[in-house]
Design a binder for this molecule. Sequence first.
Ligand code: BEZ
Length: 212
Amino acid sequence: MAAIRLGDVAPNFDAETSMGPLNFYDYLGDGWGILFSHPADFTPVCTTELGTAAKFKDEFAKRNVKMIALSVDGAESHKAWIKDIDETQHTTVNFPIIADEDRKVSDLYDMIHPNADDTLTVRSVFIIAPDKTVKLTLTYPASTGRNFYELLRVVDSLQLTAYHKVATPANWEHGQDVVVSPAIPTEEAKEMFTQGVEEIKPYLRMTPDPSA
Ligand code: BEZ
């Protein structure tokens, strides 16, 4: 399977999960989704990641984002592992983990990188918009746990830039000034962004976060 690139339609699939069988598109409904893979059950970094993801569920839900995880172990293994995650991370894993024993979904999403490990999935992340197009992909090695604050930050940027003609600068966080889209002439931008536009350079115009 070729790698999935930004703008591609996220492939649909049916899968067994820790919460029973599901269809991916039905699970996502009309909202946003984050699909993220883990190398294996009962591993330390993954345990901390899933515990952290569970604690972030409300923040993602506020943004209409549903989470779904994946590893190549089976559903019974996932259920036993979730008990450990809940106990050790002091949380409740409250989203499904795909049991991808036949690697159908891992292959579909190119989550196995054989030169890193030919059996386990790498740490992939796909952020999927309501129209089912892929808006972000990330690939981390097994040895590096992901930053869920960064995933929330990216969702904020994606949702802001989907509805306003702006882009978000380096290290931007919700509420901070944003960049006016380069396609908009400054005079037009001044009419569009009533909170004001600062022209630092003709190609670098800043305006307050229109969603704040
Ligand atoms: C972990 O989740 O801790 C892990 C998994 C596979 C390789 C290395 C670390």
